[in-house]
Design a protein around this ligand. Structure first.
Ligand code: ADP
Length: 184
């Protein structure tokens, strides 16, 4: 049985835990022999979507391009892990419809928790006005209404969040059980 592709899309506020869960999930799946690719918002903005800003139009274009690449990879049997704030519901929905094999993971922690973590020091800069249009502060975040998986990173351990996603991928048939040795 061949691995069937899927896009696992992590959406949530900055500091909610998207990158952390993605990295841990990638390690877990790679160790089992699955073929995967990571598209991280911060990395993508340095190449694929370099030059785009944070207006609604640019944010939507950013997501559309990530979605385009994810679709190509998914069609070719890759498990794609996308980690991007992706604040707008409508464009997430558009990408979901296009890709089909799409698992939406809402990485959810209250704004106060994300801000308290302030992993990259961005909230501080947004509060001082140095950064404008920062999601959650002076730009909207539209939470998924019906995510495939929700990870409450303020209430659960990283391992629980990862397990939730792995279990859902298994349940949906995206992780066929074949020995690692049989995979190329
Ligand atoms: P994002 O990619 O969403 O901006 P990061 O993954 O960079 O967020 O940062 C999330 C922070 O939250 C990290 O410092 C991480 O250690 C912490 N954290 C605490 N609990 C969890 C959890 N259950 N899942 C993911 N991250 C968690």
């Amino acid at each position: 049985m061949q691995q069937s592709g899927a896009t696992v899309w992590f959406t949530g506020l900055s500091g909610a835990g998207k990158t952390t869960i993605t990295q841990a999930l990638a390690e877990n799946l790679r160790s089992q022999g699955y073929k995967l690719e990571i598209l991280d918002g911060d990395v993508v903005r340095e190449n694929l979507t370099k030059g785009l800003g944070f207006s609604k139009a640019d944010r939507d274009e950013n997501i559309r391009r990530i979605g385009f690449v994810s679709h190509l990879l998914t069609k070719h049997g890759v498990i794609v892990l996308v980690s991007a704030i992706s604040p707008y519901r409508e464009i997430r929905e558009e990408v979901k419809q296009k890709i089909g094999d799409f698992v939406e993971v809402y990485v959810n922690a209250p704004l106060a928790v994300c801000e308290g973590r302030d992993v990259k020091g961005l909230y501080k800069r947004a509060r001082s006005g140095e950064i404008k249009s920062f999601t959650g502060i002076d730009d909207p975040y539209e939470p998924p209404l019906n995510p495939t998986v929700e990870c409450r990173t303020d209430l659960e351990e990283l391992s629980e969040s990862v397990a939730k996603v792995v279990n859902k991928l298994e349940e949906l048939g995206y992780l066929p059980k074949t020995p690692v040795a049989e995979r190329v």
